[in-house]
Design a protein around this ligand. Structure first.
Ligand code: COA
Length: 179
């Protein structure tokens, strides 16, 4: 895989504000394109999700949005719950663990498959494992489209349960203690 594009472009990751310019963006999925264009600033204003954009001066390369979440006992298979609770003190008494959800993640088609998705997932892991621990957060969660679960598995995510294996999206998680 060539990382040429990632290295050549001068990009940064910025937290979206009401003034952030959004350039034309097409990741191949209409709902994700529309979210960035129409909804990301409303979600920010309503305190439902914070969006981050990976951009150059002229191009929006990728974006992702984050919201607080939890992994609840009832959402996870027994085996997986035991695995993810193993190192949590008093885990028997806990019915859920704190998490942050990647609500949306999308890379512009022009810039796909060169490493930006991986960079974003790494950025979120570092952000929550180190920088943003202002409130406890142990896991990253995502409802991954079935066709991209391989991408998340390659980035260390696990399935929460097998009960959603024939559904359009699958619940996955990453344990921040493993980095
Ligand atoms: C899925 C997506 C975010 C991946 O981002 P990307 O920048 O193209 O991915 P990367 O170049 O960082 O790829 C990292 C690895 O994941 C793999 N991968 C990338 N897209 C994949 C996909 N759709 N399915 C399976 N594996 C994928 C790559 O082959 C690469 O594997 P390697 O390390 O063995 O070479 C991006 O293609 C996208 O925006 N797709 C459309 C929107 C979408 O489905 N978002 C997910 C919402 S849950």
């Amino acid at each position: 895989m060539s990382l040429g594009k990632v290295e050549q472009l001068e990009w940064d990751i910025a937290r979206l504000t009401q003034d952030t310019p959004i350039h034309s963006f097409d990741c191949g999925k209409d709902d994700l394109n529309k979210f960035l264009k129409n909804d990301a600033k409303k979600y920010l204003n309503d305190l439902f999700a914070v969006t981050y954009v990976l951009q150059t001066n002229t191009e929006t390369i990728a974006y992702f949005s984050l919201s607080n979440d939890r992994i609840a006992r009832i959402d996870v298979s027994k085996t997986e719950w035991n695995r993810l609770s193993r190192s949590v003190a008093n885990n028997k008494r806990k019915k859920s663990h704190p998490a942050v959800k990647i609500g949306r993640l999308a890379v512009n088609k022009k810039s796909a498959q060169v490493g930006f998705g991986r960079i974003i997932v790494f950025y979120v892991k570092k952000l929550y494992a180190e920088t943003l621990q202002t409130a406890g957060c142990r896991f990253i969660t995502v409802d991954a489209y079935a066709e991209v679960t391989d991408f998340y598995e390659k980035n260390g995510f696990k399935f929460m349960t097998e009960t959603d294996k024939d559904e359009e999206t699958r619940a996955m998680y990453f344990d921040l203690k493993t980095i």
